[in-house]
Design a protein around this ligand. Sequence first.
Ligand code: DQA
Length: 147
Amino acid sequence: MKPEILIINGPNLNLVGRREPGIYGSRSLDEYLDELARLMPEVKLTRLQSNHEGDIIDMLHENGFDSNLKGIVLNAGAYTHTSLAIADAIAAINVPVVEVHISNVHAREEIRHHSMISPVCRGVIAGFGLDSYRLAVEAIKQFQSPE
Ligand code: DQA
């Protein structure tokens, strides 16, 4: 069976392509992730997006105990820097989570240097543009199961 990987995108990531193109590029995330799915037929990639903190927590709860799911790629957007509730949700679930950022958050404003979720994620990938998602999927593909 193909490994299943879920990509969860948080607030404002639906605007990638139109939003601050100097930072996030001018390609839409949907278009990029469609292509990623085409280029990686060996994995079943699904994705969800919400601008709401509670929705992201629900997505983690609903998918985080699914033993068919090999990993979750999470770009929590600005909630990365603020949300103890999302960190608690990640800590509560069984499926490993990889934190992803399009931009190099450490090269940006100081408020973006701290992540609430990094300590409970399996790893962090930041700063490779949209390719950060592919790198996270590649990392999850290598995870040994059971975790
Ligand atoms: C982001 C970085 C966050 O600081 C920011 O709030 C985002 C996007 C990134 O992918 O680079 O919305 O997570």
